[in-house]
Design a protein around this ligand. Structure first.
Ligand SMILES: NC(=O)NCCC(=O)O
Ligand SMILES: [Zn+2]
Ligand SMILES: [Zn+2]
Length: 475
């Protein structure tokens, strides 16, 4: 049945206006004033914003890490995402050296199929460049629609790739039009600092942060940016946490390097002191890169406002405190890295960004949805409200007051890192391709209705090109 969303304030990355939206067969078929359509189910959005569904470009669901597996799988994780206003995620498909890429991709499909309640795509980890990888890559990119390649510059002896692998991945990406993503930290130096700390008996969670200083995130970001420039390729830096990394990205952009940056709510809201919480509670705040001293937050907000950072990912990678984070008692290097955020990303940016006057309403939509759609080959099918696009929509109450808490969240994890933080704004109703997933704050979706998204290549997107020449403009 067709649906008619009436009397909402429609917000895109460029416009704000009153209007009605007609949905037919999962697509937006009409936008106009005072629409009347015989037989359409009317959804009243009076007093609410109607946003495009959020796009979370960075999630880890059902992912093995540090001897355990994330607490959220594709069912619980995507359900929580939907409660939070996100209708598309792009998850990281891990690979292993020596194993064919298509086998890893099959493994990731098996994790998601029959479970996801919203649409999803994959990024593909590149651990090595071999003849086999080179032979498979074009198929992954062009046939499977996995058009972004992830290289870890940290997690030595686990995920870390060397600079040669990064450089060759950049060259391959250029050839095939894919976008390279990096986790930018100097893994070799971190490995040394961790050994040194443990030998000195420094085992508490705070040493996780102290052995990963911001200077080596900046160093790795600058190195990756320079290699991108040399390769004349394209780069997206995930989870930027600090002023040094922002500076490197800004400098490279000013030189015309095609480079983009993402930050995450935890780096905007929480700081290094959280790792000092007593009774091992600091382990709940162990992310890599780590939370930084508070002064870095201003640099991140400014970069989001000015467009030097373009997106907000959740980096959702949830581990229970009990039995999972606790694996690192007595040795901080064994604490599984990551935290839950898939549900709160959208509303935190609205409340802390728009309500506190740090970004505009249009910038909010751009950061939470549109730019990711453009960078990752989903625009205009997703990431905006336009005739012909998927009806992925969020009806949002901008005045709802609430407090983030494990008591009320829907993520499958026993703590919330934003516990007790009061925010304004809440998704009320969420539609994925025209079907209700959340209706009046209740889950009404179905596991398995989320579809895998074959994405366009970066070189086919609206954003590809040299930022100096306007091709990669962000405004
Ligand atoms: N960020 C984090 O601590 N965990 C998830 C894996 C990654 O993104 O590095
Ligand atoms: Zn990472
Ligand atoms: Zn991550």
């Amino acid at each position: 049945m067709s649906k008619l969303i009436k009397n909402g304030t429609i917000v895109t990355a460029s416009d704000i206006y009153q209007g009605d939206i007609l949905i037919e067969q999962g697509k937006i078929s009409q936008i106009g004033k005072s629409l009347h359509v015989e037989g359409a189910e009317v959804v009243d959005a009076t007093g609410h914003y109607v946003f495009p569904g959020g796009i979370d470009p960075h999630t880890h669901l059902d992912m093995p890490f540090g001897g355990t597996v994330t607490a959220d799988n594709f069912e619980t994780g995507t359900r929580a995402a939907a409660f939070g206003g996100t209708t598309t995620i792009i998850d990281f498909c891990l690979t292993n050296k020596g194993k064919p890429l298509h086998e890893s991709v099959q493994t990731w499909h098996a994790k998601a199929e029959g479970k996801a309640v919203i649409d999803y795509g994959f990024h593909l980890m590149i651990a090595e460049i071999t003849d086999e990888v080179l032979a498979e890559l074009p198929q992954m990119i062009h046939d499977e629609g996995i058009t972004s390649l992830k290289v870890f510059m940290a997690y030595k002896n686990v995920f870390q790739a060397d600079d040669g692998t990064l450089y060759r991945t950049l060259l391959e990406a250029k050839k095939h039009g894919a976008l390279v993503m990096v986790h930018a930290e100097n893994g070799d130096v971190i490995d040394y600092l961790i050994k040194e700390a443990l030998e000195a008996g420094q085992t508490d969670p705070i040493y996780h942060a102290l052995t990963r200083p911001s200077v080596i995130e900046g160093e790795a970001t600058g190195r990756a940016a320079k290699l991108t420039g040399m390769a004349n390729s394209q780069l997206y830096v995930v989870h930027v946490t600090c002023e040094e990394a922002v500076q490197q990205i800004t400098e490279a952009r000013n030189k015309g390097v095609d480079i983009w940056g993402e930050t995450c709510p935890q780096y905007l809201m929480l700081d290094q002191t959280h790792l000092e919480k007593p009774d091992f509670e600091g382990a709940k705040y162990v992310w890599s890169p780590p939370l930084r001293p508070k002064e870095h937050q201003d640099a991140l907000w400014t970069a989001l406002k000015t467009g030097q950072l373009q997106t907000l990912g959740s980096d959702h990678c949830s581990f229970n405190f009990k039995g999972q984070k606790e694996l690192g008692r007595g040795d901080f290097s064994r604490i599984p890295n990551g935290g839950p955020c898939i549900e709160d990303r959208f509303s935190i940016l609205f409340s802390e960004g728009v309500k506190k006057g740090r970004i505009t309403l249009n910038q909010f939509v751009d950061i939470v949805a549109t730019r990711s759609a453009k960078l990752f080959g989903l625009f205009p099918q997703k990431g905006t409200i336009a005739v012909g696009g998927d009806a992925d929509l969020v009806i949002f109450d901008p005045e709802a007051e609430r407090t983030l808490s494990v008591q009320t969240h829907h993520m499958n994890v026993d703590y919330n890192p934003f516990e007790g933080i009061a925010i304004t704004g809440e998704p009320v109703t969420v539609l994925s391709r025209g079907e209700f997933v959340i209706r009046d704050k209740q889950f009404v979706g179905q596991p398995g209705t989320g579809q895998f998204l074959k994405r366009k290549t970066y070189k086919g997107t609206a954003y590809a090109g040299d930022p100096k020449k306007g091709g990669a403009g962000y405004v």
